[in-house]
Design a protein. Structure first.
Lengths: 288, 288
């Protein structure tokens, strides 16, 4: 786990990972002025690559980062990176920032965006997928553009570290007037009386790619679903709860803020969706 | 202006600026998981150094970054940096992040914090100090821990770029329920009927060092001052408005959101405070 990869890609060239670095005036470093993505690799094949790149391109457009990258040019780089690192199973991380320029909040012009990418191993979460995890609930103190996957992640870092200290695997954000809307690095779903519910897309949450896959898989499985807000009380009273992300996939939640969900074990619809997600992975990449 | 400096300091050593870089898994780069400071250098002497370092130490404590740095050890490094770069006039920028570790929101342990620092020239703002600037007012969409000077600055970048596009020098943030509370990289003051007013310290604004100096200078000059909130209407109806920061010092504002302030020229109390600030610079560093 987490052996250092051999190669990274930084600004148009492959570099040994151990030497891969960004200038100290990179705008990602100084301002969080950039967007990023994490995609899974199964059997050496990227999963959901096009969806991840499209989201990054949209985020870069929202914050008006000028760059030259496309789905095709990024795919080519990631393929070579995966091959060079022999990354059969793991993740590709990439980040696009507004380039390097003398520090000034105002956008620099005529500066090339900085792209960096690398692969990493990813932990085996079998025990958690099997038994479920506990999560805490914390006040959402983040900014109002959480639909952009930017590297301004300090509130997420603080929330997830607080969760870890309490033996929890995730912190769910509760935003005044909206309810429990998403996790520090995941989307949240609840099931009550056979109906799946997840908060609607807005500027307050990330348009999760796994979230969208799960909604598609639920529809295909005939599970009724609605995109609607729910509060902490409604969440705690759910029959089943799970969270989703590229890394944790469909992760059962068996305890929310010290309240046991259902009978304390992952529920049947969560299991159905876990299996459906596994099926999607197999179809796309040949399986783990 | 903005010639590249010769030297930077990165993780315990002086490095040529052109090669100074941070690993791609630096937590500042990936999470905005760090704090920074900018201090002015006049005649080769740092201005307000101890106050800046104390604020950084407090910020690092709030977000629990473990590190070894002190006022004295940083002063020694900055002095050498200024000497190596022969930086008579300009700024020192420094940034402290939670180190380099395989990407995981949860704090890594046993990892050394990354410190980087460098000097830069700073523009001559004489014309703006003389004539004043215009500013826009924009909705505050930032997170709720703006008292920590972290590198999560994307909302500030977007606001200040929007201001620049409108020919304005700053964007003031208006937060629902509080009023106009500070600028994208400055604190805001208004004067009405001889009374100076600036929003009180809270989690919504940075505890500006120039802000605190100006309050001290106002007291010394017998200008009554109160720390209180004010809305956009009250601000626009002010006799005088100015903003403060380490770089722009005491900057007169003559137009707010297209409304002319006073008679459109910097007012007398703003001039008094500009002169008092100039006096403080001279006392401390011998003058520009």
């Amino acid at each position: 786990m987490n052996a250092m990869p051999q190669w990274a890609f930084v600004n148009n060239e492959f570099r040994p990972f151990s030497e891969a670095a960004l200038p100290i005036e990179d705008r990602g470093t100084q301002f969080g002025d950039g967007v990023y993505e994490v995609a899974r690799v199964y059997r050496g094949t990227m999963f959901g690559l096009e969806d991840h790149v499209q989201r990054m391109l949209q985020g870069a457009a929202v914050i008006e980062i000028e760059h030259k990258w496309t789905v095709d040019s990024l795919r080519t780089i990631f393929k070579e990176l995966i091959a060079r690192n022999d990354q059969q199973d793991g993740i590709v991380y990439w980040q696009l920032t507004r380039g390097t320029a003398p520090r000034n909040h105002v956008f620099p012009h005529g500066v090339e965006a900085n792209l960096m990418a690398y692969t990493r191993d990813y932990p085996n979460l079998s025990a958690s997928w099997e038994n479920g995890i506990k999560v805490i609930v914390t006040k959402d103190i983040r900014w109002l553009m959480c639909h952009v996957k930017s590297v301004n992640l300090l509130p997420n870092v603080l929330a997830k570290d607080a969760a870890a200290r309490q033996g929890a695997g995730e912190a769910l954000f509760e935003r005044e007037g909206f309810g429990v809307i998403e996790g520090g690095s995941s989307n949240v779903f609840m099931i009550k009386d056979g109906v799946l519910k997840t908060p609607p897309l807005s500027h307050h949450i990330l348009p999760g790619i796994t979230r969208s896959y799960v909604l598609q898989l639920a529809a295909a499985a005939g599970i009724p679903a609605e995109e609607a807000y729910f509060g902490r009380q409604e969440l705690v009273a759910a029959d089943e709860v799970f969270i989703t992300s590229t890394g944790i996939e469909v992760m059962p939640v068996v305890e929310v803020a010290e309240a046991v969900i259902g009978n304390g074990a992952p529920g049947p619809l969560t299991r159905t969706l876990q299996q459906a997600y596994e099926g999607k992975i197999s179809e796309t990449t040949g399986g783990r």
